[in-house]
Design a protein around this ligand. Sequence first.
Ligand code: FAD
Length: 423
Amino acid sequence: MNFTRLTSKLPQVARASSLLTRPVRQYSSLKYAVPTICESPSSLYSFTEEELMFKDTVGRFAREVVQPRVQAMDEAEVMDKDIIDSMFENGLMGLETEGDFGGAEASFTAAVLAVEGKLSPPFMTVIALCDIHNTLTNTVIRKWANKDLKEKYLTRLATDTVGSFCISEAGAGSDAFALQTRAEDKGDHYVINGGKMWISNSGEAEVFVIFANVDPSKGYKGITAFIVEKEWGVQIAKKEKKLGIRASSTCVLNFDDIKVPKENVLGTVGDGYKYAIDSLNEGRIGIAAQMIGCAQGAFDIAATYAHERKQFGKPLASFQAMQHQFAQVAVEIESARLMTYNAARLKEEGKPFVMEAAMAKFKATKVAEQATSYAVEWMGGNGFVRETGVEKFYRDSKIGSIYEGTNNMQLETIAKILLPKYK
Ligand SMILES: Cc1cc2nc3c(=O)[nH]c(=O)nc-3n(C[C@H](O)[C@H](O)[C@H](O)COP(=O)(O)OP(=O)(O)OC[C@H]3O[C@@H](n4cnc5c(N)ncnc54)[C@H](O)[C@@H]3O)c2cc1C
C-alpha cells in the first residue's frame, strides 16, 4: 500500500471535517427542502377527500371516454374532438383554476393525480394535452396575469378553449432564452414577428402564450410573455409526424406582423424569462406524473397478460425469472411515484421543490423507458404488434426525456442546487 499517497489526502479530510463546525444557520439558506416538524405526519399515499374524488372522476373518464378511441386516434394521428369537449365538461381543463373563472380549484396534487391517470389506464396523448394546457398555459396566466386577463382567458381555457405555451424555436431548445421572436413596441400595441417549433396542442389551440423579446439588447431580460388569440394571425406552418404521442398536435408556428394590444402583455414587460422558468419548474412534476402513468399502464397490461399466457404448460407469471423482473420494475415505478408525489407536496407547501421536481422528472422518465421496454418484451410477439396497445406506451415514453427540459438539463438543475452545499 502506498502510504505517501494516503497521507497526502489528510489535509482534504481535515478541511472536510471542519465543515461540521459551521454554524447551523449557514445550512438553512440552502435551496433544497429541509425536514420540518408537522403535527400529524402521514404517508405520501394520504390524500384529501377532494383529491380522492378527483382520482375517481379521472379513472371513469379514462375508461369510458378515452379507452375506446385511443387506438384509432393514434393511427389517425389526430385528437378526437369529443374527448377534448369531454375534458372541458369534466373540469379537467381548469384543474387548479379558481372557481370564479370556471375552474375546478383542485390542489396541485389532484392535478398530478389526474395527469398520472390514477386508477385507470393512462393515455399519454390525452394526458399530454391536459397536462400542458393546465400546468403551463393555465398556470402562467393564473400566477402572473392581471385580473382582466384572467377573467377573459382563464374562463375560456377552463370551459371551451385549448391553450398552447410557446417558447421553443429552431435555434432555441435547451437554450430557450436564445429565442429570436421579436415584439416591437408600436405605442398602443406590439407587433410580433418570428416563429416557434414543436408547440404542443397548437393544432387545436385558440389561445397562445407566446414568449418574444421586446429588446434583444437586454438579452434574456427583454423576454416578455403575451397572450395571443389565434385569429390575430397565428399560422400553423406544419404539423409534425412523430414517434410517440402521435394524436397530440405538435406544430411549427409562424408569426407574421401579429398585432397584439398592450393589455395582452402577460405580467411585466421583461419578466417573461422568470415566468417561463417558474412554469417549467412546476410543469416538470406534471411530466414526471405522465411518465409514471405511462410506466404503470404498460406494466398493468403486461402483468395481466403474464397470468393468462401459458408456455411450458404454465403461466408466464409463474416463472421466477419473470417474477423478479416484474418485482424490480415495480420497485422502480414506486420510487419514481413517491419522488413525484413528494415534489408535488413540497410545491404545495411552499417549500423549495425545484431540485426534487427535476429529480422526479429524470427518474420517472428513465423508469418509463425501462418499464415500457420490459412490457413489450414480457408480451413477446404480442407486445410488438399494435393491437395489444403496449408498444404505444413504449413509443410514448420517449418524449419524457425531451420536453420541458431534456434529461441533461434536469441533471444541470440538480447539480446547480446540490453542489454548492459542498463548497
Ligand atoms: C413532442 C414535443 C412537444 C413539445 N412541446 C413544446 C411546447 O408545447 N412548447 C415549447 O415551447 N416547446 C415544446 N417542445 C420543445 C422541447 O421543449 C425541446 O425540444 C427541448 O427543450 C429540447 O430542445 P431541442 O429539441 O432543441 O434539443 P437541443 O437543445 O438541441 O438538445 C439536443 C441534445 O443536446 C443536449 N444538450 C443541449 N445543451 C446541452 C448542455 N448545455 N449540456 C449537456 N447537454 C446538452 C440535450 O440534452 C439533448 O440531448 C416540444 C418538443 C417535442 C418533441
